[in-house]
Design a protein around this ligand. Structure first.
Ligand code: NAP
Length: 254
């Protein structure tokens, strides 16, 4: 039955940056579909863990600084395997944004954004793929892209470059990993109300310009993204790989 193909019972997922915001919604959505979830963040993760446990699923929190992905990735995967014995799903969600004009964009801002948004998904995916290959039962990797995987944006050079890179990396991973039964896709959220976008929502002029351009006429919420995440993690999407899916209230259609 088709609805059974959306179930994640018995699966183990890792979601980064899931202490709050969109990552928290992904983690809870995957648990609602049946998965046990390891969440990774620098901030307190109690709220997300409690929400997952309330659903009768298991959750662990792994505190790690994802600006140091090369060093942290193998340790994160080892902790998940120790707790849950395997990894079936990875959601590379943690991300940051630094707003500064191109000519003034500092080396620190550029390096911080590229490290967390692009390099760490690479290193963590690599560590997870090695584990999935050992398990021999395939898996699902979901990268988090952006409208700026398709557009240039303004004032966010590091962010635009990192999210363009994520879209390309998603295609390369799909090409190389399909033979192992590993599907790799990306979600490109539109304008979602989180701490990340608080500064532009507080700017009345910017907020109005954004709302006027969104066909749905409202900001998205983290919960709006749960469905696409569960779909891309579930058997229902087994023949889909290498693509970046917008969930944007119609923004890219304008
Ligand atoms: P958010 O509210 O800022 O949450 C991101 C989470 O990642 C936070 O808990 C954050 O912790 C954590 N994080 C940041 N740096 C970290 C590090 N070095 N190590 C470990 N964890 C770290 O962001 P969001 O809006 O939910 O965005 C989540 C993802 O969606 C990002 O990849 C973002 O680019 C993408 N996205 C968001 C939107 C949007 O409109 N909100 C649109 C398109 C794409 P701290 O609190 O310490 O920062």
């Amino acid at each position: 039955m088709i609805l059974d193909q959306f179930k994640l019972d018995g699966k183990v997922a890792i979601v980064t940056g899931a202490g709050r915001g969109i990552g928290q919604a992904y983690a809870v959505g995957l648990a609602e579909a049946g998965a046990d979830v390891a969440i990774v963040d620098v901030i307190d993760m109690d709220e997300t863990i409690a929400a997952i446990e309330k659903l009768g699923r298991r959750a662990i929190g792994i505190k790690a600084d994802l600006s140091k992905g090369e060093k942290e990735a193998p340790k994160i995967v080892a902790k998940v395997v120790k707790a849950f014995k395997k990894v079936d799903i990875l959601v590379n969600n943690a991300g940051i944004i630094r707003r500064e004009p191109f000519a003034e964009h500092s080396a620190k801002n550029w390096n911080d954004v590229i490290a967390i948004n692009l390099s760490t998904p690479f290193f963590l995916s690599q560590a997870v793929v090695r584990q999935m290959q050992k398990q021999g039962r395939g898996g699902k990797i979901i990268n988090i892209a952006s409208m700026l995987s398709f557009q240039g944006g303004i004032l966010v050079p590091g962010y635009a470059a990192s999210k363009g890179g994520i879209k390309s990396l998603t295609m390369l991973m799909a090409n190389e990993l399909s033979k192992d039964g590993i599907c790799v896709n990306a979600i490109a959220p539109g304008y979602i109300a989180t701490a990340n976008t608080a500064p532009i929502r507080a700017d009345k002029k910017r907020n109005k310009a954004i709302l006027d351009r969104i066909p749905a006429g409202r900001w998205g919420t983290p919960d709006d993204l749960k469905g696409i995440c569960v779909f891309l993690a579930a058997p229902a999407s087994d023949y889909m790989t290498g693509y970046t899916y917008a969930c944007d209230g119609g923004w890219l259609a304008r």
